[in-house]
Design a protein around this ligand. Structure first.
Ligand SMILES: Cc1cc2nc3c(=O)[nH]c(=O)nc-3n(C[C@H](O)[C@H](O)[C@H](O)COP(=O)(O)OP(=O)(O)OC[C@H]3O[C@@H](n4cnc5c(N)ncnc54)[C@H](O)[C@@H]3O)c2cc1C
Length: 402
C-alpha cells in the first residue's frame, strides 16, 4: 500500500459494511439505547450472525470474511473500514456484539493453550451467545492504571482477588473476564498481573449495569471481588515484571485506531443528517445569515472528517509497513474523539428543538460521542503520551509525518 486510495476490493467491502450498518444496525439502535440491551431479533439477522462469527479468533473459526473474496480481519485497513462503517451504523451495538472483544489480544498474547481452550469452550456452544470482558478501570484508577487497587493475594495454589471494577463493557453478560489486579500496590505498574475469572466463580459478582449517558447497549457494568478464590492456573503469563501492565497497553494500542474509526463513522452519520436538514430547510433559511454560517461550518467539518480519516488510515499504513505508529495512534484517537463531539453538537444546533426529542438519532449520537474520548485513554492522555513520545524519539518530525 503506497497511497491512501482504497483498492477495488476495499471499496467493495466499504460499500458492503455501509449497507450492513444501515440495514442491520440502524433500525435497532434506538431500541437498544432504550433497553440498554441487545433488542430481540438483532443478533438473529443472518448478516449479523456472519459478522459475529468472523470477529471470533481464528481458533474458533473466525478471523476472516468471505464476501467479495476471502478477507483477513487482521488486516489493519480492513478493521478501520469496518469500524468506521459500524460507527456510522451504531457504535454501541457493534461494541456489544458477542465475542472476546477487548479481552482477545491479551488472551492471544499471554494465554497458554490450555487457558485458551477453557476460555474458548463456551464460544463453541452454538446454542447461545458468549462474551468476554476486559476489567481494568476502577473507581480510583482510570487513566492512571498503575494506581489500581484490586488485589491478588497468593495462597498455596490459588489467588484471592479483592476489589471493585467499574465501567466494564459487556461485564454483566461476560462468561469470562480478564481482570487486572496487583500483587503489591507499592510496586505500581510492576505489580500488575492479569487473571481469568469465569462467570459463576464464588464471591465474584457482576452486580449492576451502570445507568450511563451513552453506549447503553454495551451494558457498562460494575464487578466486585470479595475474597474471590481462583486457581493459580488462571493467571495469564503476565507474571514477568510489567507484563500485566504491558498487556493492557498492547490492547489499547491495538484498539485505539478502531475507536477513532468508530468515532469518525458516528461523526459522519451526524454530519450527514445535519447536511440533509440544511438541504430540506435551506429555502426557508436562504435569506438568513445563519444559513451562510451553517454552510461554512458544514464544509469545514467535511474537510476535518477527511483529515480524521487520513489520520486513521496512516496508523494502518505504518503498521502494515512495519513502522512505529505510536504517534499517529495518539493523534487519530484524540482528533477523532474531539471531532465527533463537535460535529454532534453542531448537528444538534442545526436541528434545533427537534434534536432533543427522545426518538432523535442526533440526540443519541450526541450522548454516545463522549464515550469515544473516554474509552481506551482520554484525549488528554493521548496528548500527554504523544508529547512524551516526541520528546523521546530522535527525529520528532519523522514520527509525525510518515
Ligand atoms: C463506553 C465506555 C466503555 C468502557 N469500557 C471499559 C472496559 O471494557 N474496561 C475497562 O477497564 N474500562 C472501560 N471503560 C473505562 C475507561 O477506560 C475510563 O473511563 C478511562 O480510562 C478514563 O478513566 P476515568 O473515567 O476514571 O477518568 P480519570 O482518569 O479519572 O480522568 C478524569 C479526567 O482527568 C483527565 N486526566 C487524568 N489524568 C490526567 C493527566 N495525567 N494529565 C492530564 N489530564 C488527566 C482525563 O483526561 C479526564 O478528563 C469504559 C468507559 C466508557 C465510557
Amino acid at each position: 500500500m503506497t497511497s491512501f486510495q482504497l483498492t477495488r476490493p476495499q471499496q467493495e467491502l466499504q460499500a458492503e459494511f455501509r449497507g450492513l450498518a444501515v440495514k442491520c444496525f440502524r433500525p435497532f439502535a434506538g431500541t437498544a439505547d432504550k433497553l440498554a440491551d441487545l433488542p430481540p431479533g438483532f443478533l438473529e439477522q443472518p448478516p449479523i450472525v456472519v459478522l459475529t462469527h468472523a470477529l471470533l479468533p481464528p481458533e474458533l473459526g473466525g478471523g476472516w470474511l468471505a464476501s467479495t473474496g476471502r478477507h483477513d480481519l487482521s488486516d489493519p485497513f480492513l478493521r478501520l473500514i469496518l469500524n468506521e462503517e459500524m460507527g456510522y451504523g451504531d457504535a454501541p451495538l457493534f461494541a456489544a456484539l458477542p465475542g472476546l472483544g477487548l479481552a482477545m489480544p491479551i488472551l492471544q498474547a499471554f494465554g497458554t493453550p490450555s487457558q485458551k481452550q477453557r476460555v474458548f469452550a463456551p464460544f463453541l456452544d452454538q446454542s447461545r451467545h458468549c462474551w468476554a470482558a476486559f476489567a481494568m478501570s476502577e473507581p480510583s484508577a482510570g487513566s492512571d492504571v498503575s494506581a489500581l487497587s484490586t488485589s491478588a493475594r497468593k495462597e498455596k495454589d490459588s489467588y484471592v482477588l479483592n476489589g471493585t471494577k467499574w465501567f466494564i463493557g459487556n461485564g454483566l453478560r461476560a462468561d469470562w473476564v480478564v481482570v487486572f489486579a496487583t500483587i503489591n500496590p507499592r510496586l505500581g505498574r510492576f505489580g500488575i498481573r492479569t487473571f481469568l475469572v469465569e462467570r459463576g466463580t464464588p464471591e465474584f459478582e457482576a452486580s449492576c449495569c451502570l445507568p450511563t449517558m451513552g453506549f447503553r447497549a454495551l451494558q457498562i457494568s460494575q464487578l466486585k471481588f470479595q475474597e474471590c478464590r481462583i486457581p493459580e492456573s488462571n493467571l495469564l503469563r503476565t507474571h514477568d515484571t510489567k507484563a500485566g501492565f504491558d498487556g493492557g497497553i498492547m490492547t489499547f494500542q491495538q484498539f485505539r485506531p478502531t475507536v477513532a474509526a468508530m468515532a469518525l463513522g458516528t461523526a459522519r452519520a451526524a454530519l450527514e443528517q445535519a447536511s440533509e436538514l440544511v438541504q430540506q430547510n435551506g429555502a426557508r433559511h436562504s435569506a438568513a445569515r445563519r444559513w451562510q454560517n451553517i454552510r461554512e461550518n458544514l464544509d469545514f467539518f467535511k474537510l476535518r472528517l477527511r483529515v480524521a480519516r487520513l489520520l486513521c488510515w496512516s496508523t494502518a499504513r505504518l503498521k502494515i509497513n512495519g513502522k512505529d505508529n505510536f504517534a499517529q495512534v495518539c493523534m487519530a484517537k484524540a482528533f477523532c474523539a474531539e471531532l465527533v463531539m463537535e460535529i454532534c453538537a453542531f448537528a444538534m444546533d442545526v436541528a434545533g428543538v427537534c434534536a432533543v426529542t427522545p426518538d432523535s438519532s442526533l440526540e443519541r449520537f450526541f450522548r454516545n460521542a463522549k464515550a469515544f474520548d473516554l474509552l481506551e485513554g482520554t484525549g488528554d492522555m493521548q496528548r500527554l503520551m504523544l508529547t512524551k513520545h516526541l520528546l523521546r524519539v530522535s527525529e520528532p518530525n519523522e514520527a509525525l509525518i510518515d
